[in-house]
Ligand binder design. Structure first.
Ligand code: SF4
Length: 502
């Protein structure tokens, strides 16, 4: 779809124009007036700003069909140039979405929101003591979010506050993410740092050396400065790709180096790929009191697993689930993905039926997204995926199923290029929610990333300002530079936590 835009020459508008067009069209091309020869639709904007911002948009297609929309709001006093422009951008997105919705007949349930964490908006209102009906009204009017999604946000936020009643007071603690970048094989939709482990023992050894170093140093800093850990999460890759002995040494390091490990609220280890789970590894997890794990089927249709490069069987997922359960794992998460290649309502219904037989404590329902760097995106034509309507139906099916089985949604996030512009939702049986998932989604406390590809998110305990910091993704670069990366993180921690406590 080629769209010609008139009246928005400032390049800062171009990104939101593109993101919103992508909500409606598989492929969209935004061009300005002078390059517009073969555009299928023309949209002309008029902008003005004094004490209020006023924006209008007029859409006309090749058949002469017209749609128009207006937006007007009074501007707050003493806004900086940047804040004023933000308001203008918001107004442009608003009218642009409105005319595209009218023209296509497609209603975007998340309105103009293209960001990852919608629930943050609601938390912010609640932290500021805003009455709920007014907060909902504002989300609806400002962002054009539908009632259905606002209700979902509220259910999630309520659940989060029930699970973590001190959620708004945890900014002086931290959570830890530990990234282990190895997997048995690489899945086709994956963009995580995940390297096939076979034949790489040398690289694994050096990586673990670096990881132990980071755990020791960060642990030392936390102890010295009396900073508590709320949660620890081992992700990757697949943290159970390494051997049972390596896991044992790693958790021993965690217990020795981190402060007060016995009182950490939750320690999770992703064991996503069932082909990595063995009785010996489950014994090690038990030995160190780690009882939250993730075993990820993604789908219960064998051809799908093969098509996406997951070299394990459906039976293996089920068998490893029972093994973990029988060995005492009492908090197991499972992930499903809606819209995998070749899958429709039938296959997804089958995945839900199989899930019902296992009843994991939590279930995360993802919607497939075409991430830029994945094999699937590079060879998109090879992978046939469901249409928007069917994806929506599968999502509704998941919602209905979770209600019937007693699961509650407790976190959600969205991604770019996600099928049907939908979301990923984490559901859990009562009191089985992952606290780490809430912490990472709502960005209310610092997460220190340790290991390969681990992203740290430092949240200023006073202002809430976020500083991002990423460890290198590939093991070789990590192995060459982990000392410097550790020191950089400690410098940021000193800056944020020490001065502020004085
Ligand atoms: S198991 Fe997970 S991390 Fe590993 S390759 Fe597959 S999607 Fe990526």
């Amino acid at each position: 779809m080629k769209l010609m835009i008139k009246g928005l020459e400032d390049e800062r508008f171009h990104r939101p124009l593109r993101l919103i067009a992508n909500l409606f069209f598989e492929e969209s091309d935004i061009v300005m007036e002078n390059e517009a020869k073969d555009a299928e639709v023309h949209i002309a904007f008029e902008l003005s700003m004094d004490t209020s911002v006023h924006v209008s948009a007029k859409l006309q297609d090749l058949n002469g069909v017209n749609h128009s929309a207006q937006y007007e709001r009074t501007l707050g006093a003493d806004l900086t140039e940047k804040e004023e422009f933000k308001q203008l951008k918001h107004a442009v997105s608003y009218v642009y979405l409105t005319v595209l919705q009218d023209w296509t007949g497609v209603r975007q349930k998340w309105g103009i929101l293209t960001g990852i964490r919608p629930t943050k908006l609601l938390h912010r209102h609640m932290q500021n003591g805003y009455p709920l009906p007014a907060a909902h009204q504002q989300l609806k009017e400002d962002y054009l979010i539908t009632d259905e999604k606002i209700e979902l946000m509220q259910r999630i936020v309520d659940r989060q506050l029930a699970v973590v009643p001190d959620l708004y007071d945890l900014q002086k603690e931290v959570s830890i993410y530990i990234g282990i970048p190895f997997c048995p094989t690489k899945c086709a939709y994956c963009t995580f740092p995940a390297y096939a482990i076979n034949g790489r023992q040398g690289s694994v050894d050096s990586f673990l050396g670096g990881l132990h170093f980071e755990i020791r140093k960060i642990g030392e800093w936390l102890k010295e400065n009396n900073v508590k850990i709320t949660t620890v999460y081992y992700g990757g890759g697949t943290p159970t790709s390494i051997s049972a002995e390596e896991m044992d040494m790693l958790y021993e390091e965690m217990y020795t180096s981190f402060p007060d490990v016995e009182n950490i609220r939750e320690i999770t280890v992703e064991a996503g790929r069932p082909d990595t789970i063995t009785p010996a590894k489950l014994d090690i997890l038990k030995k160190w009191n780690i009882d939250r794990i993730s075993i990820n089927p993604q789908s219960y249709t064998q051809e799908t697993l093969k098509a996406i490069g997951r070299h394990h069987t459906v039976e293996e997922t089920i068998e490893k689930f029972h093994l973990a359960r029988n060995m005492g794992m009492n908090n197991i998460n499972m992930d499903l993905i809606i819209g995998l290649p070749g899958e429709g309502l039938k296959e997804f219904a089958h995945s839900l039926d199989e899930t019902e037989k296992l009843m994991p404590e939590s279930l995360t329902v993802h919607t497939l997204s075409f991430k830029r760097a994945s094999e699937m995106t590079r060879n998109k034509a090879k992978y046939k995926v469901a249409e928007r309507d069917e994806v929506e139906k599968m999502m509704e099916m998941a919602e209905k199923w979770t209600v019937e089985k007693g699961y509650e949604p407790y976190y959600l996030y969205r991604q770019k290029n996600i099928l049907g512009n939908l979301e990923n939702v984490g559901y859990a049986l009562p009191d089985q929610e992952s606290i780490y998932n809430i912490m990472i989604m709502e960005e209310l406390q610092t997460i220190i990333g340790i290991g390969c590809g681990a992203a740290s998110k430092f949240i200023d305990p006073q202002s809430g300002k976020i500083t991002h910091f990423a460890n290198p993704k590939d093991p070789k670069t990590y192995n060459d530079s982990f000392e410097a990366y550790t020191q950089e993180k400690i410098d940021i921690l000193n800056d944020l936590f020490l001065q502020k406590q004085e």
